[in-house]
Design a protein around this ligand. Structure first.
Ligand code: ADP
Length: 447
């Protein structure tokens, strides 16, 4: 077996909150980066991909566990890694050439040598003739080429990339992906391994020799499997489509229900951690739209096909699918999202009936809404401060996530008429839901 370049052993990351609480962002994770591979790290937004990348590069220290570089503890000055960022992170006051020379200068490479190396790598990434341009004169795609050149010029043993194509338009991104692959496959780049963080499933299947999928809250390795398709890969080939569907399924399946196939069996050995239910960040309108579309398409559709039809990024579609599944309106089966009878009833209903059906689903499946409903009924004034729920959520989520959880719960709960929210007093007030029988105000006249 090949010796890994980087070996992360039981790395864990948590953040201390001002109130002394600890938010665990990464659960203890074991992970090797071996030579000769493009590895992609996938996972939903905010699950901890960038945090893990920074830990693997030595830029950030884990709260516990260790990262070894060829068997030795990694340090932030580690010379063997370089990172390409989504935001390009170029120095605007430096020319293209100076930007690419900068990391060599920082490493004390003599002027003539760094000049030669920078020119060579600029040529490799197709920036010949742009040496004296400034970043603001370049398109996004060209800026990212400078980002590649600046990373490659230090001849990193492992090239790390954090969402390198996400800020680019579709065509530019596709073009750059292909160029990266070409450089890698023809061994024109002085790099033993590439580690790419992405939320784009197709990008992962297009590029990777190995795919790692993180689950969130806290992050742990949900699946880790090889992709053995030959290059160039055809996005329409049955195996490609199958792999994309499989990853969609992993990323959307509620944790307890996931059956991981053999390739990822190791990850399945981990005990599933029971955590406070995390609401996907989807609005009621999104869920309704998805259900209507599903109904329209005969009740089920491939996940990736849905993304295509809706012209939506995975990152935006997944929470909507997850929310529909959580509410019992849809189910995931073999890469299909399939509308459930409750979902069909919702999609076919009129506005008022939809509210009633949503309310039933929310109170049946959504923990925070059950808690709110129960407390509002228990209190004589039928109202409660929002702080009360912040306190519950604070125990489980980081500050940003608490805000997002609360906002989603408000969107769902107000639509379902479980409560109203008074923005002045920041209090939740029991609502009188539609469709519930009102007590008769007059005694019926006996016939
Ligand atoms: P991803 O790259 O998957 O989008 P990140 O690694 O950027 O995710 O973030 C993972 C989680 O860590 C997020 O939920 C974020 O809110 C949380 N986080 C990041 N930095 C801090 C911090 N300083 N304090 C508390 N939580 C943090």
């Amino acid at each position: 077996m090949t010796e890994p370049i980087i070996r992360a052993h039981a790395v864990e990351k948590f953040y201390e909150q001002p109130d002394g609480n600890r938010i665990e962002v990464i659960a203890p994770v074991d992970l090797d980066v071996e030579p000769g591979k493009i590895i992609t790290l996938l996972g939903p937004s905010g699950c901890g991909k960038s945090t893990l990348l920074r830990i693997l590069t030595g830029l950030s220290k884990p709260s516990s566990g260790e990262v070894l570089w060829h068997g030795q503890p990694i340090t932030s000055e580690n010379a063997g890694v370089a990172i390409v960022f989504q935001s390009f992170a170029l120095f605007p006051w430096l020319t293209v050439l100076d930007n690419v020379e900068a990391p060599l200068e920082a490493r004390g490479v003599p002027a003539l040598d760094r000049h030669k190396r920078a020119l060579r790598i600029l040529d490799t990434v197709g920036l010949d003739g742009f040496e004296s341009a400034y970043p603001k004169e370049l398109s996004g795609g060209m800026k990212q080429r400078v980002g590649f050149a600046r990373a490659l010029v230090v001849e990193p043993e492992v090239l790390f990339m954090d969402e390198p194509f996400s800020a680019l338009d579709v065509l530019t991104a596709e073009n750059l992906r292909n160029e990266l692959l070409e450089l890698w496959l023809s061994k024109k780049m002085p790099t033993s391994a590439i580690f790419i963080v992405t939320h784009n499933i197709e990008e992962a299947v297009l590029l990777a020799d190995r795919v790692i999928v993180l689950a969130r809250n806290p992050a742990w390795v949900r699946a880790d499997f090889p992709i053995e398709l030959a290059h160039p890969r055809d996005r329409k080939s049955p195996r490609f489509v199958e792999l994309v569907d499989y990853i969609y399924k992993i990323m959307t399946q509620p944790e307890l229900a996931l059956v991981v196939p053999d390739a990822a069996a190791a990850a399945a050995q981990k005990p599933v951690r029971q955590k406070y239910q995390m609401l996907p960040h989807a609005r009621v309108g999104g869920v309704a739209g998805l259900l209507e579309l599903l109904l329209d398409r005969g009740g089920k559709e491939y996940l990736h096909r849905l993304a295509e039809v809706l012209i939506m990024d995975t990152e935006d579609l997944l929470p909507i699918v997850e929310a529909s599944v959580l509410l019992g309106f849809a189910a995931l089966k073999e890469g299909d999202v399939q509308i459930a009878p409750e979902g069909t009833a919702f999609a076919e209903a009129d506005i008022l009936t939809r509210k009633i059906l949503f309310r039933q689903a929310a109170l049946k499946h959504v923990m925070i809404l059950q808690q709110i409903d129960s407390v509002l009924h228990a209190k004589t004034d039928h109202s409660i401060s929002q702080e009360f729920f912040y306190d519950i959520l604070d125990e489980h989520f980081s500050q940003d996530e608490v805000e997002r959880q609360f906002e989603t719960a408000m969107n769902w709960g107000r639509y379902a008429e479980i409560f109203d929210f008074d923005r002045e007093s920041h209090r939740l007030i029991l609502a009188e839901p539609v469709g519930e029988p009102h007590p008769p105000t007059t005694t019926p006249v006996p016939s």
